[in-house]
Ligand binder design. Structure first.
Ligand code: NDP
Length: 323
């Protein structure tokens, strides 16, 4: 077991964690970023990114995260391939955290940037057929459905982007949404409606995923949310794209969450109720949830962390001088 000590321990390596690292490293805090199970975060499982400022042409999500990681390293961040399994925030700074590797991490401040993970419908057949036709990531698994019939469930940006992406592999994509209008941005809706490979099923919810004889997904059972009528749709692949839930399990009982389960911070800041513990990105942002806003709050966390440490160090010096 190794003990890693740092001024700034960052948990999570998406845009929030890496932006905190870039600012923290440049402020001399020699950050350690514990990357977690999905290094680079959610952008590593997307394709085209055209709304992250600074790039006139479309860029790829994994490429953007690779660049952010290198940038963080170039200015002095240490990236660690480990996943935090336990944190101790109760005794104040310095805080300790345990990694899956058995290593111990000690940070004068902790920046929580654990992000969010895809939500599931929680209906019959979903878990059993996971990896056998049911997925929550078209960019990861879409390739397996080349020339097959697929469905996407949801009506937000993720669902529409996934449906559009799947047309690279399939000529028969159905978007299933529980209402009669989409929540996604207009530009994406325009592309969706203009795409002849995509059809939409309105006011339908999936009640069950059903296996074919070979054990993989055969069809979905649907219920009309207006009339209550049931129907079926034969598909080889179904992609659940109904949003994300913040990854807060590590902090249960240790930090407050809001009504939707996101970490609670002092409004307009990344400060949690524990001095020296900051939260940024999708784990604390129920409203905006964009890469650029995650990066912004990561920057704020680093600036506030720097202030926290400066004030603490100053107070310690004064205490010594008074003694
Ligand atoms: P959203 O929360 O925006 O949308 C979730 C969708 O799933 C909604 O249409 C919702 O329906 C539907 N839904 C939720 N629960 C269920 C359920 N149990 N059964 C059936 N349908 C359900 O999530 P997204 O992942 O799409 O987006 C999250 C955030 O990330 C947003 O802020 C989005 O703008 C952003 N994003 C941005 C992208 C970009 O800018 N390129 C790409 C992807 C995401 P209903 O509408 O009825 O509530």
């Amino acid at each position: 077991m190794t003990t890693h000590k740092t001024r700034m321990l960052i948990i999570g390596s998406g845009p929030a964690g890496l932006s905190a690292a870039i600012y923290g490293a440049r402020a001399g805090m020699e950050p350690i970023v514990v990357q977690g199970i999905q290094p680079g975060g959610q952008l590593t499982i997307t394709t085209d990114v055209e709304n992250y400022p600074g790039f006139a042409d479309v860029i790829q999500g994994p490429w953007l995260m690779e660049q952010m990681t290198k940038q963080a390293e170039h200015v002095g961040t240490r990236m660690v391939w480990d996943t935090i399994t336990e944190v101790d925030l109760a005794n104040g700074s310095p805080f300790t955290a345990k990694g899956d590797s058995g290593d111990l991490y000690v940070g004068d401040v902790v920046v929580i940037a654990t992000g969010a993970a895809a939500k599931w419908l929680g209906v019959a057949g979903e878990a059993e057929l996971g990896g056998k036709g049911v997925s929550a990531c078209a960019t990861c698994d879409g390739f397996f459905y080349r020339g097959k019939k697929v469905a996407v469930i949801g009506g937000g940006n993720t669902a529409v982007e996934e449906a559009l992406y799947l047309t690279n592999h399939s000529n028969d994509v159905t978007l299933i949404h529980r209402r009669d209008s989409l929540r996604s941005e207009k530009i994406l809706q325009d592309r969706l409606f203009a795409n002849e490979k995509i059809s939409t099923l309105w006011n339908k919810e999936v009640v069950r995923f059903v296996a074919a004889e070979n054990g993989t997904l055969g069809h979905v059972e649907l219920r009309d949310t207006v009339t209550g009528e049931t129907s079926t749709l034969a598909v080889d692949g179904a992609f659940v794209a109904i949003g994300h839930a913040p990854s807060t399990e590590l902090f249960a009982g240790k930090l407050e969450t809001d009504a939707s389960g996101y970490l609670q911070v002092e409004p307009g800041t990344p400060k949690t109720a524990i001095p020296g513990v900051f939260a940024c990105g999708d784990v604390m942002d129920h409203t905006y949830r964009q890469a650029v806003t995650a990066a912004g709050t990561g920057c704020m966390a680093a600036l506030d962390a720097e202030r926290f440490l400066a004030e603490r160090d100053f107070a310690a010096k004064v205490a010594v001088a008074v003694d």
